[in-house]
Ligand binder design. Structure first.
Ligand SMILES: Cc1cc2nc3c(=O)[nH]c(=O)nc-3n(C[C@H](O)[C@H](O)[C@H](O)COP(=O)(O)OP(=O)(O)OC[C@H]3O[C@@H](n4cnc5c(N)ncnc54)[C@H](O)[C@@H]3O)c2cc1C
Ligand code: FES
Length: 484
């Protein structure tokens, strides 16, 4: 589970943890792409910033990204024009285009060696040409430099592809580490509570005028109510050697569509997307491996990993004021798997809001928006999922007995009249946890591809020892001590 970025990026970081009480103009929670960029831009504007990071820089979702830098975010523009308006479509596009240019500007100004490479970006489909034609029409309305083609580098025939020129890709960790050198960061400093102007870790406090939540999934439930409007989706990536060197970056829009980009001699192939907590059948890596063997039988797999991102109910990020009752709190979340350019958008937007009280792009990203037509279907689905996750704990009978669980597998079983989660390792050793998610109580599901316990409600994840891997949950699972 080591990403290519970790293995090819030699540098690492070693910031101390927060000890004692300090003050700053702004405190930023989370040192992923969104947090680091926000602190960097705010510091450039003259604010003193402190970043508190629970683990290490970039080791949330950012080190597991495929790091395409593009304004081509799936079929976003036809959606924006259909469900919102031309004006909001324009705001979304222009903000992301500025974000893309800002990367280039920072990389040039600071002379960052992060393998930034300009390239065309492609959406492709094997069967839904008309969807891409519709997206092309939306792109034309917004003045985007785009064209339709069936001539691509892909090793299989396609029905249609939509190309955006002048996009890019890079190595996200090299970029992040270069920016971190200039910032005040505390690693291993998990925020456990947030007051109006105070952010508290187990060993210290930061008092600040403004607080930015750049922690991927906001872990404060009320105010904000992000748990009612965000779920998470997971996908899987292989890094492969001796396959092919693509010039462009590619994303399939069909249900089983794949993502491709090259980095130096490596090909990154991604896919297998599913709602977190809904992969009990597994086999996601296997599908990617089969694709590699089919098209590039000489290739070898160097590393594999998976990651997840927050998906909002209307498909647009939440960037801006955290909640109307907290005028000095800001949030950047719901990046819908496009958090590279969108992290830059978040950094630009939040720094403008803090400095000027407004931004030309605030409306389309406002966390306070609610477009009924765009949100209703997903909202009903999300609420239904949470009810299902909660009721499963009480109503659904366990699916296996411990004795019947094969080695290397996990599942919900009944032990001494109690429903528990059990993983049996390859040697037959048993690890037992309570399958109740400490966030809001949904029943966890076993993910055989990652050997983890994943929550279908809002996407918290835990290893088989019960340790927290991904938020919004903040605590480990209860470990059960049964003798067999
Ligand atoms: C498989 C995959 C491929 C992707 N590829 C692309 C791509 O090609 N292009 C693109 O634009 N986007 C892509 N994305 C999306 C992108 O990677 C993410 O949107 C982005 O990395 C999110 O960055 P972040 O800073 O919001 O979150 P993170 O990187 O997760 O950072 C949040 C940080 O907050 C910290 N934190 C959490 N809770 C606390 C706390 N209580 N106290 C202190 N710190 C805390 C975490 O430890 C973490 O380091 C992809 C996503 C996936 C899943
Ligand atoms: S993540 Fe919210 S209940 Fe599990």
């Amino acid at each position: 589970m080591t990403s290519l970025w970790n293995s090819v990026t030699k540098k690492t970081t070693n910031f101390s943890s927060l000890k004692g009480n300090i003050k700053a103009d702004i405190v930023i929670i989370g040192a992923g792409m969104a947090g680091i960029l926000t602190a960097y831009l705010l510091q450039k504007k003259g604010y003193s910033c402190v970043i508190l990071e629970a683990e290490k820089i970039g080791e949330g979702q950012t080190h597991h990204t495929t790091a395409k830098l593009t304004v081509q975010h799936g079929l976003i523009y036809q959606k924006l024009l259909d469900l919102f308006s031309l004006e909001l479509g324009r705001q979304y596009y222009e903000a992301n285009l500025l974000g893309l240019k800002k990367y280039q500007e920072i990389i040039q100004d600071k002379k960052i060696d992060c393998d930034f490479t300009q390239c065309p970006s492609f959406l492709y489909s094997l069967k839904n040409a008309e969807l891409l034609e519709k997206e092309f029409a939306a792109a034309q309305q917004l003045g985007i430099d785009a064209f339709l083609t069936t001539d691509t580098e892909l090793p299989f025939p396609i029905a249609q592809a939509l190309t955006f020129n002048n996009q890019a890709h890079f190595n996200p960790l090299k970029f992040l580490y270069a920016l971190a050198d200039d910032l005040k960061i505390y690693e291993h400093s998990k925020v456990v509570a947030v007051d109006d102007n105070e952010v508290i870790t187990e060993t210290g406090k930061v008092r600040a005028q403004q607080i930015v939540f750049a922690c991927h999934y906001p872990f404060i439930n009320i105010p904000g109510y992000y748990f009612a409007r965000l779920h998470q989706e997971r996908s899987y990536v292989l890094a492969v050697k001796n396959a092919i060197k693509f010039q462009g970056i590619y994303l399939g829009i069909d249900a089983d569509g794949l993502s491709f980009r090259s980095y130096k001699d490596f090909l990154l192939i991604g896919g297998g997307s599913h709602r977190t907590g809904e992969n009990s059948a597994g086999g996601k890596y296997r599908i990617l491996e089969e694709t590699v063997h089919k098209y590039w039988p000489q290739a070898s797999i160097i590393s594999s990993w998976s990651a997840q991102d927050c998906i909002s109910i209307d498909g647009l990020p939440y960037i801006g004021q955290f909640a109307s009752s907290k005028p000095n709190w800001y949030v950047a979340t719901g990046f819908n798997k496009w958090g590279m350019t969108t992290s830059m958008v978040a950094a630009m937007l939040i720094s403008e809001l803090i400095q000027n009280g407004k931004s030309p792009y605030e409306e389309v990203f406002s966390p306070q928006r609610f477009a009924v037509s765009a949100s209703a279907k997903s909202l009903i689905k999300d609420v239904g999922q949470s009810v299902k996750g909660l009721s499963r704990r009480f109503l659904e009978p366990p699916r296996a007995m411990v004795e019947n669980l094969p080695c290397g597998h996990g599942g919900i079983v009944e032990v001494e009249g109690e429903k528990v989660g059990v993983y049996k390792d390859d040697q037959g050793q048993i690890f037992v946890i309570s399958p109740k998610c400490p966030h809001l109580g949904c029943q966890l599901e076993w993910n055989p591809d990652e050997k983890s316990w994943d929550c279908p409600c809002h996407g918290s994840r835990f290893d088989y020892f019960g340790n927290l891997i991904d938020n919004p949950a903040q605590e480990n699972l209860l470990v059960k001590n049964y003798q067999y």
